[in-house]
Design a protein around this ligand. Sequence first.
Ligand SMILES: Cc1cc2nc3c(=O)[nH]c(=O)nc-3n(C[C@H](O)[C@H](O)[C@H](O)COP(=O)(O)OP(=O)(O)OC[C@H]3O[C@@H](n4cnc5c(N)ncnc54)[C@H](O)[C@@H]3O)c2cc1C
Length: 388
Amino acid sequence: MGDPLAAARRLAPRFAGRAAGYDRDGAFPVDDFADLRAEGLFGLMVPAHLGGFGAGFTDYASVAFELARGNGATALVFNMHASVTGALAGIPEEMARSLGVPDEFFAARDEILKAAARGAFYAVAMSERGAGSRLSKLSTEYVRDGDDYLIKGTKSFVSGSGQADAYLVAARSSDDPQTVSQFLVPATSPGIRIEETWDSLGMRATCSHDLHLDVRIPRTSLLGGVEGLALWFAQLMPHWLVASYAAVYVGVAQSAIEACVAHVSGRGVAELPWVRSRLGRADAAVAAARLAVEQAARMVDSDPGGQDTNRWVWRAKLLAGTTAAEVAASMLEAAGTSATRRGNPLERLYRDARCGSLQPATSDVCADWLGIAALGGDPDSDGSAPRW
Ligand SMILES: Cc1cc2nc3c(=O)[nH]c(=O)nc-3n(C[C@H](O)[C@H](O)[C@H](O)COP(=O)(O)OP(=O)(O)OC[C@H]3O[C@@H](n4cnc5c(N)ncnc54)[C@H](O)[C@@H]3O)c2cc1C
């Protein structure tokens, strides 16, 4: 197999060349996704014996950073796919079996991963209007009906909707509302409808539309094979719900620096001391955020879900989100009004970068958890709102 990082570096300039058009039209980056598929990158997190690259979280973070330097929206949708495949590949088998996860789940999981290595692409349909991504507040419901499950509800902000081969759907049991489960719902299931609602400030090409579900799916679509494992997944692998975005937004911030350098160099204002100073501060801030993402990623690989790991995960997410927004704003100010025209890379990057702090866990939520930990409390139970 090839080198996924080299492939990402090769693809990024192509993505950058197409980014303005997709952003302008709010259109899904179909050509970028064709490139990702052709390079086999949908198999990035798939173990080698199932046909993938067998990447770890550190490898993922490096690839995501490079892809985001090309187009943040493409990298963000890719992140959703990597989260599904990475989380499935990372399930500790012994622990899962002790929870009663049946053998048939492992066989079904391997089929999902093999399909990804062959080019299937998965999206995440967790969030809902009013509930955000808080699993404990979801209104989408499921009920068991013989050998099938019936799922009914509406999801919002589903990146890659209308393009994915299947959706990871989180829903609560209508028999027992405390039980939250996840299903992989094939996009071809009768009863799926996409409502094109995504006309947002930034990350416009993610096509994060609403997804209406009124579907019947086979029992084997239940992830984990046992109901009620959604919170277990979230607690075991918070990095796929929190830190995986971080690498994307650091890549967006790096791209803002590069766009600013190109802009000011072409206009003869690069020698102005305040322009240089803004570039210097941005360089230091992005390098620091990148180091935090790398440190978090290494800890995820060595001790996933550990207390110290999670603190690094929250630090990385917080630093990436705030750094991206601050750096992009500063680079736009250094470049001047001409860079605010539609179609200028900095104008798009400024809007895309604004989304980093808003994605869960938001910067405020990460700061809250870190603050509780700094005060000696337990972020799992002492937070101002339920973690999930
Ligand atoms: C570009 C983009 C792409 C996305 N793609 C997807 C996707 O593919 N799939 C998907 O499922 N979702 C996706 N989302 C949605 C995202 O995961 C969140 O669910 C969504 O942004 C939350 O919506 P909200 O901010 O409107 O609501 P809320 O989560 O309700 O947040 C509102 C405010 O409340 C605060 N808040 C929220 N939770 C807590 C808490 N526990 N403690 C304290 N304060 C809290 C927040 O900081 C925020 O200021 C995407 C979002 C963006 C911006």
